[in-house]
Design a protein around this ligand. Structure first.
Ligand code: PHE
Ligand code: ZN
Length: 881
């Protein structure tokens, strides 16, 4: 195996290619063991480039079997092929020329799942970011846009279906048991958007008529027999197409749009032009096997990939440093889509929870990097929550600062100006500056400075003058490679609530620009004075989480409760309750650690129960209120010297206090939220199920007996309720008979459904406590465990490391040693998967010193290993730096 230490790539070294690629003709002769590819590429030398400059193409683990220049063999003296490049000299000075490269390699042994590989007897590709170079030698970078024709030849019996990007040109039987098909994609595209699928799959067909009246065929391909489980994905696709027309004015641009679901995939899904390829987890759903969360994810990811057709494909990235140009923007678009399809406030709460539990820790640890990084060693490691989710938040802030209409004007200009181009973040920002006339220079720091800004606020009221003065201060913590930071433009939506719950209407404001309810914080320190405030107000900050910052505002439980009761922004109500809970959980962790009695604040219990029992509020919101900050959230708030066992113990005590005090409320919720009739996956029904299950989980807690959970398990008629009941049993009563029985029943019933079995593994991997490691080890020898399927590995090993704070962070360090061995093993097959799971240790420095010491040793053990992939070695080196 090749040891790849990876060279560091710097943004400042960007320059265009010497040669312009005009068109590409690819012919694939598919075979599991030896696939042959002929790539014909027409190039011309870019103006001004030296006539002696060679053509340098990228490659990765390729065997070249032929090389022609204008159909004549290139003599050995004029080219050099290494492991990762093909350099050709003696090329025409100005005239276009054709290079034909033929390669041969084995899809079957491609376990990295990059390039062309096999999954369940189907050929499929994954080319982003740098997978196309595993197919043929090619200028494999996003700023090389070309028009592709693809011919696919394969055995007709095993691969009746032959798909690639664009529109279908035709095909025929070849008379020798093989057949072929040709595809043409008229839209110039970079190689990372190339896709090919061949095999025997079932199809679900539908159609969509665009706003301008063009008919588009919609095909979703799945394994035979799974067609009914693609219905929801198809529905989500049609809604996405319509929404993009209505909200962003974007129409689809080919005759056909295809989605293929595969069971071995490194990521969630991929936006290849006209031929999206999905992890089947984000396509397949039915009530019996998918949870409400699965349905919501499918809707979001189908939308996300579809939206890439404009934000990513029609307008793409100049280089991989610009990844957030397509990802941050497209996540923002899919968030807005889901908000329109469901409850906006509840969607926002879920987004913020996710951002805080995934992105904030990344931004606070050794892997922190700017939304638009300036250097990387392995680009695969930059498909991060910072690029995606923080990138989306940054886009959202542009919309907040500009307001809806100017944001829309800026987007329209972006589509108009850059259609067909490969561009940069600077190009993107320039569109909003041009559309609005507003200078976004300081705002752009959000793309360049890593770290979550900390905003501290305090207020004083002057009753005589009827003024309220806010002192605001921002700091951005140091991050790797960036020790000092400039102040940012932070748009904070806010309200000043008066004691009766109404909102103060200041007669004048000085010290900050205010637009609507947005306060623009731009200085390191800013003092803002509001006049005409009749009594001391309670400030409610960061409504709708308008800026991705940590906000430190010391506020009493009573003031938080006032916000929770009266804010007009529903998100802000949840935020206040969440902050109140977090204060208490941090205190409880400290008490647990020092062996003091753990005190649960009555004000917290009252406020939570009041919101949970308030029938005027939607059930999904009330369920979010009842779901306390996670152990990760508490650890992040504490910041350093963390003891996961104490955090867990403190949290359990608070849960128990709420459960006891709220028995009647919870019993009522379980009754009232029960649904009858057939399962419906819509947001309202999902909200009722969520609230019912929250109530049930507190009731089970208060009871201290598995009976109610066991009953819920036997009576469940959908996967949401079933998996919740199983989780309750396993997490609360891991050693009970009822749990063992339920696990066995579940396994037997779903043994042939991989996605459900993933849940079975994940539920067990997250059982709290030190002994879960032994269970995880045992599960690895279960016949259903499969070390080469990414979903399965993630469900057991990944879930254990990412989501089991007490089990993984065992004080004896066994969890870390276990993970180190797993990483080294996975790395031999699939480096991307290994590197991603390893990021579960990104917060190791914030642990108390015994655990941190063990974590360091485990990381060092990985770093010392020979033959590490560039992926893993990049992550481990940054984590130890
Ligand atoms: N571009 C894909 C998406 O966000 C993610 C992806 C990256 C998939 C790299 C595969 C490989 O939608
Ligand atoms: Zn994306």
């Amino acid at each position: 195996m090749r040891t790849n230490t990876g060279q560091i790539v710097h943004l400042e070294n960007y320059r265009p290619t010497d040669f312009v690629l005009e068109r590409v003709d690819l012919t694939f002769e598919l075979d599991p063991r030896e696939t042959k590819v002929e790539a014909r590429m027409i190039f011309h030398r870019r103006e001004g480039v030296s006539p002696s400059a060679p053509l340098v193409l990228d490659g990765d683990e390729l065997t070249m079997t032929g090389l022609l220049l204008d159909q004549v063999a290139v003599p050995g003296t004029l080219y050099e092929a290494t492991d990762d490049t093909l350099t050709i000299r003696g090329l025409p000075e100005a005239a276009p020329f054709e290079i034909t490269v033929t390669t041969a390699w084995s899809p079957e042994t491609n376990t990295k799942l990059m390039g062309l590989y096999r999954t369940s007897d189907v050929y499929c590709t994954q080319c982003e970011a740098e997978g196309f170079r595993r197919i043929t030698y090619f200028p494999d970078r996003p700023d090389v846009l070309a028009v592709y024709t693809v011919n696919i030849i394969a055995d007709k019996a095993s691969a009746p279906l032959l798909l690639s990007n664009g529109n279908y040109l035709g095909g025929a039987d070849m008379g020798d048991g093989r057949h072929f098909a040709s595809w043409f994609d008229p839209h110039p595209k970079p190689s990372y958007l190339f896709a090919l699928v061949a095999g025997d799959l079932g199809v679900v067909e539908d159609a969509f008529t665009t706003a301008s009246g063009r008919d588009v065929a919609l095909n979703i391909y799945v394994e035979h027999g799974k067609e009914p489980r693609a219905a929801y994905a198809m529905d989500a696709l049609k809604r996405s197409m319509k929404w993009d027309e209505e909200v962003f004015g974007r129409e689809y641009d080919l005759d056909i749009f295809m989605i293929v679901a595969v069971s071995d995939f490194n990521m969630g899904a991929m936006e290849n032009k006209g031929l999206n390829i999905f992890n089947d987890k984000y396509v397949l759903a039915d009530p019996e096997t998918a949870t409400d969360a699965d349905y919501a994810n499918i809707e979001a990811i189908i939308a996300h990939e579809y939206f890439h057709n404009w934000t990513g494909n029609r307008i793409t990235c100049r280089d991989w440093f610009q990844l957030c140009l397509k990802e941050g923007l497209t996540v923002y678009r899919d968030h807005e889509f889901s908000a329109d399809m469901r409850s906006r406030a509840v969607k926002r709460i879920a987004e913020v929870r996710h951002l805080k539990s995934e992105q904030f820790p990344e931004d606070a640890g050794p892997l922190a990097h700017p939304v638009r990084p300036t250097q990387y060693r392995e680009i695969n490691n930059f498909y991060t929550t910072t690029v995606y989710e923080k990138g989306s938040e940054v886009t959202r802030m542009i919309a907040t600062i500009l307001g809806r209409d100017l944001f829309k004007k800026g987007m329209d200009l972006y589509f108009e100006r850059h259609d067909g181009q490969a561009v940069t973040i600077e190009d993107f920002i320039a569109c909003f500056e041009a559309a609005s006339g507003r200078d976004l220079k300081q705002f752009s720091l959000w793309y360049h400075q890593a770290g979550t800004p900390l905003v501290t606020a305090s207020g004083t009221y002057d009753a005589a003058r009827q003024t309220y003065t806010l002192s605001l201060e921002q700091t951005v913590p140091p991050t790797p490679g960036q020790s000092s930071k400039a102040p940012m433009h932070i748009p904070l939506r806010f309200g000043l609530l008066l004691p009766d719950g109404s909102e103060a209407r200041p007669s004048a404001v000085s010290g900050a620009e205010i637009t609507g309810d947005v306060l623009h914080l731009t200085e390191r320190k800013q003092t803002v004075t509001f006049s005409g405030i009749p009594s001391e107000p309670v400030p409610s900050f960061n409504r709708g989480f308008s800026a991705p910052v940590n906000l430190h505002l010391t506020q009493s439980a009573e003031h938080r409760a006032l916000i929770a009761r009266h804010e007009t922004d529903l998100f802000a109500r949840w935020q206040a309750l969440n902050a109140m809970a977090l204060d208490n959980l941090v205190k409880a962790a400290a008490e647990a650690r020092t062996g003091q009695p753990i005190d649960c604040d009555d004000a917290l219990v009252d406020a939570l129960l009041a919101a949970a029992g308030d029938d005027r509020l939607e059930p999904a919101f009330r369920s979010q209120v009842l779901s306390l900050p996670s152990e990760t959230d508490i650890g992040r708030e504490i910041g350093s010297n963390n003891d996961p066992d104490a955090i867990y113990a403190g949290r359990q005590a608070i849960l128990a206090a709420i459960a006891t005090a709220g028995k009647d409320t919870f019993a009522r919720l379980v009754n009232e939220m029960s649904l009858s009739g057939p399962f419906r996956p819509d947001a309202d029904s999902a909200g009722r199920r969520a609230l019912r299950n929250s109530g049930l989980s507190y009731l089970v807690y208060a009871d201290g007996s598995p009976d109610k959970a066991a009953d819920a398990f036997s009576s469940a008629n959908n996967m949401t309720d079933l998996s919740q009941a199983l989780t309750l049993l396993a997490h609360r009563f891991p050693d009970a008979r009822e749990t063992a029985d339920a696990l066995a029943v579940f396994k037997k019933r779903f043994a042939d459904n991989a996605l459900v079995i993933d849940k079975w593994f994940a539920i067990q991997a997250t059982i709290p406590g030190a002994s879960t490691l032994d269970r995880v080890r045992a599960l690895m020898s279960d016949p259903l465990f499969n070390a080469s399927n990414p979903n399965r590995v993630r469900s057991l090993v990944g879930t254990f490391a990412f989501a089991n704070a007490t089990g993984f962070n065992r004080i004896d360090g066994e969890g870390y040693r276990f993970l180190a061995r797993q990483i080294l093993d996975i790395d031999t097959r699939n480096p991307q998967l290994a590197a991603r799971i390893l990021t579960s240790m990104r917060s190791w420095r914030s642990l108390e010193k015994i655990r941190a010491g063990h974590a360091r040793s485990a990381l060092e053990e990985i770093a010392r290993a020979s033959n590490l992939s560039a992926d893993v070695s990049d992550i481990v080196d940054r984590m130890l730096k």
